[in-house]
Design a protein around this ligand. Structure first.
Ligand code: PLP
Length: 397
């Protein structure tokens, strides 16, 4: 009898990461997700959440979730296509379609499921995907699942994207041009107007992932299509309910027939249970707040400008960011993780991000300010960043 552990290779890999300083620990949140929150037994300034508008623990969302839970229960009991479509799910889809100014909407369990499920459902191996090099992992996985041919263009290079479409003009199959609206690790905005034009010229399907733009860009947070005035010209808009909306889920907006098709063919919709009613109710409350309290978005952008100025003046390289996502470029992954640990010890949570989330050699600390940070918190965060970076030789002292 042999006792060799067939998973031993995983332990070996982990040991390599540990020794290379690229094995970050999971920080455990012991309070609500607030601008100053308790992680691993310590109160720290939280620059690591996607809770842009502070809705994750907003009293109105909590109240809505509790009320719906009492009325409809803790779970939905089935996948959407069997018996797990509740009236509150339909109400949320209608609400989002109206918000986005599209015919229809389908809600998925997460933004990841929305992207992966949609791309895989609408394409076949005959088809072509033209995709930005920095698109989110859920898009990449959807592309792979579709088995369509994948053509990656350099980040935001609209000429390169148009050239690929030109080269494919006599090729068989459908073409899908796909980009993030806001790129999650760099905080830059996708070049939508030029991409939409290229897609229209070549009859390609245009799809945008607005995970980091919904609730952040456009009127009342309607996203990048609204920001650029491209209503009616983007076939598929994906968004998430897990970031600015503060809860959990993803959605796809588009034509009625696109949504009817996804209801019948998107695999996460068919094969994974729908949201608990409390989730849908909290999301509905969040959309109401987007309409009623646009000042939250103004505060988010005020804080963004203030914090970016502070870290830029301190001498940090923040890359090409144009949104509340402000990366602080470090380069080496080991240094980025050590920097993050040093920051935590000094009272600031900002995550070190390395390969495979960003390319090798492009490791960074990622910061995200929210509408609920005060000026004092942001001043203190900039001070901790500067002091820690100087003590570690990341900034010249
Ligand atoms: C976070 C993110 C997603 C996934 O959204 P979830 O709701 O967290 O699954 C998809 N696309 C982009 C660009 C993201 O940043």
């Amino acid at each position: 009898m042999t006792t060799a552990n067939p998973l031993h290779y995983l332990s070996e890999q982990i040991e390599t990461w540990r020794q290379g300083g690229t094995f970050p620990r999971l920080r455990v949140l012991e309070s609500a997700c607030e601008p100053v929150a308790r992680f691993d037994g310590r109160e720290v300034i939280n620059l690591a959440s996607n809770n842009y508008l502070g809705l994750a623990d907003h009293p109105k969302l909590i109240e809505a979730a509790v009320k719906a839970t009492r009325k409809y229960g803790a779970g939905s009991g089935a996948v959407r296509t069997i018996s797990g479509t509740m009236s509150i799910h339909m109400e949320l889809e209608l609400r989002i379609a109206q918000f986005k100014n599209t015919e229809a909407c389908v809600v998925f369990q997460s933004g990841f499921a929305a992207n992966a499920g949609t791309v895989a459902a609408i394409l076949t191996p005959e088809d072509h995907i033209i995709s930005d090099a920095l698109n989110h992992a859920s898009i990449i996985d959807g592309c792979k699942l579709s088995k369509a041919k994948i053509h990656v263009f350099p980040h935001k290079d609209t000429d390169a994207a148009a050239k690929i479409l030109d080269d494919l003009s006599s090729a068989a199959g459908r073409k899908l041009l796909i980009t993030d609206g806001v790129f999650s690790m760099d905080g830059d905005i996708g070049p939508l107007p030029a991409l939409v034009e290229a897609a229209e010229r070549h009859g390609a399907i245009m799809m945008i992932d607005d995970a980091h733009s919904s609730g952040v860009l456009g009127r009342n947070g309607r996203g990048t299509v609204d920001h650029f005035g491209l209503h009616g010209r983007v076939d598929i808009q994906v968004g998430t309910l897990s970031k600015a909306i503060g809860v959990l889920g993803g959605y796809v907006c588009g034509s009625k027939d696109l949504i009817e098709f996804l209801y019948r063919r998107a695999r996460p919709f068919l094969f994974s249970t729908s949201h608990p009613p409390g989730v849908a109710a909290a999301c509905l409350a969040a959309f109401q707040i987007l309409e009623d309290e646009p000042e939250r978005i103004e505060k988010l952008w005020d804080n963004t400008r203030y914090f970016k100025a502070a870290v830029t003046n301190a001498g940090f390289d923040t890359g090409d960011s144009e949104t509340p996502i402000t990366p602080i470029m470090v380069g080496d992954a080991k240094t980025a993780h050590a920097f993050s640990t040093g920051l935590f010890d000094n009272g600031l949570l900002a995550t070190g991000i390395g390969f495979p989330t960003v390319p090798e050699g492009k490791a960074r600390i990622r910061t995200i300010v929210t509408a609920t940070h005060t000026r004092e918190m942001l001043d203190r965060a900039a001070e901790i960043l500067t002091r820690t970076a100087k003590s570690m030789g990341i900034l010249a002292s």
